[in-house]
Every structure is written in C-alpha cells, then in structure tokens.
Ligand binder design. Sequence first.
Ligand code: H2B
Length: 104
Amino acid sequence: MARPTLLTSAQIEDALRELPAWKLDAGRIGREFVFRDFDEAFAWMTAVAADAKALDHHPDWTNSYRRVTVTLQTHDAGGLTALDIALANAMERHAAARGTRERS
Ligand code: H2B
C-alpha cells in the first residue's frame, strides 16, 4: 500500500486544533497519558496496539507505572502524515472510554 504523504504545516495546525493535548516538536507529535493505575495504562496500550496493527502504523511510547508517554511520526516519510493523526485520534478515543486522571 502506498504510504501517505507528509502533511503541510496548515494541515498539521488544523489536526492539532482537534487534539489540544498534543504538542508538535521537530516533526513529531506527542503527549503524556496518565491513568488510574498500571492496569488501566496497560489495558489502554493493548487496545491501542490492535489499532496500530490494523493501521500498520506504530507508536514510539514508553510506560512508567500509570503513565504512557507517546511520540508519533511516520518514519518512512520523515515527518507527520495522516496515519499519525489517525493513531492519535484512536488513542484519544480509547483514553476517553477508559478515563485518564489528569491532562498534561
Ligand atoms: N510506524 C511508524 N510510526 N512509522 C513508520 O514509518 C512505519 C510504521 N512504517 N509502521 C511501517 C510500519 C513500515 O515499516 C512497514 C513496512 O509498513
């Protein structure tokens, strides 16, 4: 399947308006999710992993206890594409269903 092309800065701005907790840094977007406890964090990661597999697009993320720090980029394209926005939105949907403890 053809990989999507890089988003323009205007497209990135538009997408991030719908993703207020996400910050743009050096061609990547990221945020930290904080859950009630480790079980909630890991269950969320498991749910997101199924979406990542379906999209064939994978997060760079680290988990520490109830926190998951996420960075998204399309490595093949060297920046942000629609796949990163799709995965960020999937993460938000799963977090909303499960509940996060604080925004950061
Ligand atoms: N995930 C992310 N985040 N960036 C990529 O460029 C990427 C990926 N490339 N998942 C995919 C897999 C590619 O390596 C395979 C061959 O489709």
